[in-house]
Design a protein around this ligand. Structure first.
Ligand code: ATP
Ligand code: MG
Length: 436
């Protein structure tokens, strides 16, 4: 088992020396007991926030005084508290400080998150969190239905923890989670996005996607037509939603790629067409998928950069990549190395989630990536930066305004297609002759 890091030990020591109780709590204790690398550390203490502030001045930052939280060296120190009434399915109307650690643990969401650990490694575990850790079970503290009604965000936190830890959600907790799911409509879209990203970037999001489409469908109604949608295709051994879930699992843990997998086939149900051969076809489904993905990301307030890359990946997930250098250069010019490598990951994940005998295409993707590496290592030209003529050369020849960029783009295309060499004099000559 790992240890409490030095800066956290110092915080606990100083609080205890001043006569207060102080414990580590939450995700860090959970992860430490699981033998995983803890993320951020949280401390809970009997000391009132003002006492914490003065004990750690000037390092202490009053980051959430109304909830009793003071931050020292990125460690959140929160005074034992009990929450007041929840009026909006998200926030308590007030919090009350208490001197009871047990009460503080009782307000926490899941048993595995409600274990406290002292400086000396003693555990306070009134809700059986350790047993649930051993059995790999996620269970709400107290009455699950009441806890999800108090704060509906806990529903999504539950799915996220289950995906991240690979834990089964205990049946009463799972039932309450489904029944309370409509309350998610009251949660801010930004918070939903954060939790969904955490869920998708877990180790086993696929099973959660498969088991809880009804819950996710509250804020992602676009997925519902995919559930159980038979593809009628020899390439697919799964329905659209199961394929999607398997493809998310098969993708590397990068939120952009995982979102691209979540969205890539959303357009299939709308574009289904049964051929005379009795097989299902989905011509141009990527276009519908892009439309739906775009609507989801707008609703959930994605930033523009992520949105742009994810849409490119969804749009191109099914594109042909001819195995030749010209295709590599063209794609490099259009998408850049970073997005192109992500696209290869998308294609791999998509392929791994298809019928077994279609997986020969994986080899083709590897070959294409090898060609990409070769092109990047060589001195071939695929961007304006590498072109042997610049904007200044074009203005010297008398071009002005947008004509400058247009001429450069035209030259780059000719060089990429090997119709002209990337040679300054030849490009200048060609410009004089053909582009003025
Ligand atoms: P992570 O590893 O993602 O940080 P975490 O369990 O530490 O997970 P945090 O959001 O950092 O989660 O919160 C720290 C602790 O505070 C939780 O472990 C839990 O005990 C409590 N907590 C956080 N949010 C809630 C909530 N919405 N309802 C009840 N308890 C919560
Ligand atoms: Mg945490």
């Amino acid at each position: 088992m790992g240890q409490i890091p030095g800066n956290v030990q110092e915080i606990l020591t100083r609080l205890e020396a001043a006569g207060h109780e102080a414990w580590c709590v939450g995700g860090a204790v959970r992860d430490l007991l699981l033998g995983r690398e803890p993320g951020d550390w949280d401390v809970t203490t009997s000391a009132p926030p003002e006492a914490v502030l003065s004990l750690f001045a000037p390092r202490a930052l009053p980051t959430g005084l109304q909830h009793g939280t003071v931050t020292v060296d990125h460690v959140e120190i929160t005074t034992y508290r009990r929450d007041g009434n929840y009026l909006d399915n998200r926030h308590p109307d007030h919090v009350e400080f208490t001197s009871s650690l047990r009460e503080d643990l009782a307000r926490r969401d899941f048993t595995v998150n409600a274990i406290a650990m002292s400086l000396r490694g003693e555990l306070m575990d009134p809700f059986g969190g350790r047993q649930d850790l051993e059995r790999q079970v996620l269970r709400a503290v107290g009455n699950p239905e009441k806890r999800f009604q108090e704060d509906a965000l806990r529903i999504l936190r539950g799915l996220r923890f289950s995906a991240r830890l690979g834990f089964v959600i205990e049946p009463d907790t799972a039932g309450a989670l489904r029944r309370c799911a409509p309350l998610l409509e009251r949660i801010a879209p930004e918070r939903i996005q954060t939790e969904l990203t955490g869920l998708l970037c877990g180790e086993a999001p696929g099973d959660i996607l498969l088991d809880y489409p009804d819950v996710l469908g509250i804020f992602l109604p676009e997925i519902l037509p995919c559930v159980g949608f038979d593809q009628r295709s020899p390439y697919h051994c799964y329905d659209v939603w199961e394929h999607t879930a398997r493809a998310v699992d098969a993708a590397p843990v990068r939120s952009i790629v995982r979102y691209a997998m979540l969205f890539h086939d959303l357009g299939k149900p709308d574009t289904f067409f049964l051929g005379e051969d009795g097989r299902g076809h989905f011509y141009g489904h990527w276009r519908k998928s892009v439309e739906k993905a775009s609507a989801v990301m707008k609703r959930l307030r994605f930033d523009n950069r992520s949105k742009h890359v994810i849409l490119t990946l969804v749009e191109r997930h099914d594109c042909e990549l001819p195995l030749n250098e010209r295709s590599v250069r063209r794609n490099l010019a259009r998408y850049g190395e970073e997005t192109l490598r992500l696209l290869l990951e998308v294609k791999r994940a998509d392929n791994r989630a298809q019928a077994k005998d279609c997986q020969g295409r994986l080899e083709l993707i590897d070959q294409w990536e090898a060609l990409l590496d070769m092109t990047l290592a060589g001195d071939s030209c695929f961007s304006l930066r590498q072109l042997a003529v610049k904007g200044g050369d074009m203005t010297a020849l008398g071009l002005r305004g947008p004509a400058v960029g247009q001429a450069l783009e035209a030259l780059l295309e000719l060089v990429i297609d090997e119709k002209l060499p990337n040679d300054r004099n030849i490009l200048l000559g060609y410009t004089k002759e053909k582009l003025l």
